[in-house]
Design a protein around this ligand. Structure first.
Ligand SMILES: Cc1ncc(C[n+]2csc(CCOP(=O)(O)OP(=O)(O)O)c2C)c(N)n1
Ligand SMILES: [Mg+2]
Length: 551
């Protein structure tokens, strides 16, 4: 059959020249020309069981590789399913592009099959969202979408692709080079970096807070390099629990003592209690570096004149510029000595965990305390310098994040949205084929995308999923207990399901764990199975930890 070079071919070829070799997808009438075009372009498909899972996979892929994560779904209902997952990527500041098939432009307004205003639907959860107008614009639209997703505050972008755009003959000469996808960079000028450092070094207890985009492995390495260069505590924040994030130990007690806080790509939102006392001291000044002027305005509205200075620049570039400036200038020795004690105090508070956790035990029989369900997993994560820790869920997610660490960490993030854990684990293994991937999640959370075990089996992508099974939506149950009382618990109970058997039925590995001593060996067997594995760990449903240091 003689082949015509179509809009769909222009799209897939442009993806390849952007360095994209894999897209996460679910089939549908509108995108079948794109499926067909991937064969010749050398783009491989990971086809999933739900469109939201495809977006979550693209999100984890983006966070772990630094490449744009691409999800491809069909129009109408496929697009609607995908949109929900964009919120997690948006709040995590992950460069994701959602490509959705769409009713043909030639039939717009006529009641076409699955015709719906897709771009409007995705607009609130994306940086930009539009419909490709003609086959001549496919290449430029895709390049713009990828550039936008990666620049400034990274985040998701949506492009709808009408079927007539995908099917019409396209100009094969139009595919751009790699630089077309770069987006616009906003640097922090050296003079501004110098002024910011002067403010930090004049303070007695300064802190630097970085936002979610800085929480990739590479980002966290750069935050550590900045801390070493400026001798000021540098803390990345990516949790919906904000300053109460238990993975930051007793950080809230450090923050309330700070006298100058520099926000780099960190929003002054609910996670920072809007910068108000007592979370931040009333005398604490703020300095902000952010790629988006409206964020700076938001901070000014929240804290008024306490925002002492603000600069528009990209977060990661600013982190590097501040470190370079500090290395060039050097800290005066007096300032360095004073800051050393503060830095040590902050680091000790963040590393602190209640000593009673070492003796934590469940009060019910055949159950583990969440600490017992998490700590033995550290061994798997420590086995490789590039291992991946995934965490999702309500209370169990908080315990896992407080107890476990790894070079790569992918959590559901500031969105506070549950359900992405299994798609994250699958995409993590796809991104890093040789490293252990350990994903801890709640029983409720596991159910959202449990069918992705099938996807993982089909693609040979093993990981160890640990379900902390308390047979309830515990985070909400705990709210009911606290706010309404034990006699008014309603609508949050689940069954003590054998999720390990569900995994086996999909072709994965499964084991149930009811005793603390079983977990380490079970995790080793799960890892050795070479299959997507589910350890169904029966836990006592206790409230998430609130870490405060006595005294
Ligand atoms: C998409 C979405 N739906 C609902 C919620 C509200 N929610 C937050 S945590 C939680 C319970 C999660 O249950 P599980 O995964 O079993 O973890 P547990 O809290 O029991 O440890 C719920 C329903 C949410 N955050 N996101
Ligand atoms: Mg639960």
């Amino acid at each position: 059959m003689a082949r015509v070079f179509r809009g769909a071919d222009a799209l897939t070829r442009t993806l390849r020249s952007a360095g994209v070799a894999r897209v996460f997808t679910l089939s549908g009438n509108h995108v079948m020309p794109v499926f067909d075009a991937t064969i010749d372009a050398g783009v491989s498909l990971v086809h999933t069981r739900h469109e939201a899972a495809a977006v979550h996979m693209a999100d984890a892929w983006a966070r772990l590789t630094g490449e744009p994560g691409i999800a491809l779904v069909t129009g109408g209902p496929g697009h609607a399913n995908a949109v929900s997952a964009l919120y997690t990527a948006q709040m995590a500041e992950a460069p994701v592009v959602l490509l959705s098939g769409h009713a043909p432009n030639s039939q717009l307004g006529m009641g076409a099959f699955q015709e719906v205003r897709q771009a409007e639907m995705a607009a609130p959860v994306t940086k930009a969202s539009w419909t490709c107008a003609s086959v001549d614009e496919v290449v430029a639209d895709l390049a713009r979408a990828i550039g936008l997703a990666r620049s400034g505050r990274p985040g998701p972008v949506h492009l709808s692709l009408p079927t007539d755009v995908l099917e019409r003959p396209a100009d094969p000469g139009r595919v751009p080079g790699a630089q077309a996808f770069d987006g616009q960079a906003q640097a922090l000028p050296a003079a501004d970096a110098k002024a910011i450092l002067a403010r930090l070094w004049q303070a007695k207890r300064p802190l630097v807070l970085a936002g979610p985009a800085c929480m990739t492995k590479r980002g966290r390495e750069r935050l550590r390099a900045l801390e070493a260069a400026i001798a000021v505590p540098v803390i990345g924040m990516e949790s919906p629990r904000g300053i109460g994030d238990p993975s930051l130990g007793a950080f809230a007690q450090v923050l309330e003592k700070a006298d100058c806080v520099l926000l780099v790509g960190k929003r002054c939102d609910f996670t920072l209690k809007f910068g108000q006392p007592p979370a931040l001291d009333a005398g604490c000044s703020l300095v902000q570096v952010d790629p988006e002027p409206p964020e700076i305005e938001r901070t000014r509205r929240a804290v008024g004149a306490r925002l002492a200075a603000a600069f528009v620049a990209d977060a990661m570039a600013s982190i590097d510029a501040l470190a370079a400036c500090a290395r060039e200038r050097g800290i005066e020795s007096g300032a360095a000595d004073a800051l050393a004690a503060w830095l040590a105090e902050a680091r000790a508070a963040i590393a602190w965990r209640p000593p009673e956790w070492d003796r934590a035990a469940a009060s019910e029989r055949d159950r583990l305390h969440p600490v017992q369900a998490c700590r033995p997993l550290q061994k798997l994560l420590d086995a490789h310098p590039d291992s991946v820790f995934v965490s999702d869920g309500g209370e169990i997610g908080q315990w896992a994040q407080a107890c476990l660490s790894a070079p790569n960490r992918v959590i559901n993030g500031v969105a506070g949205s549950i359900g992405a854990g299994l798609p994250f684990a699958l995409a993590a293994r796809a991104a890093k084929p040789d490293v252990p991937v350990v994903a801890v999640m709640g029983d409720g959370t596991f159910g959202f995308h449990v069918a992705e075990i099938d996807t993982a089996v089909r693609y040979g992508l093993p990981f160890v999923a640990v379900v902390g099974n308390d047979a309830r939506w515990n985070a909400e149950y705990q709210i009911q207990l606290k706010d309404y009382g034990a006699e008014r618990l309603v609508g949050c109970e689940l069954r003590p399901m054998r999720y390990d058997k569900v995994s086996e039925a999909f072709g994965g590995y499964g084991e149930q764990v009811t005793e603390p001593a079983q977990l380490g060996p079970a995790a080793a067997r799960a890892q050795a199975s070479g299959l997507p594995a589910c350890l169904n760990v029966m836990i006592e449903g206790v409230a998430a930890p609130v870490v405060r240091r006595p005294g």
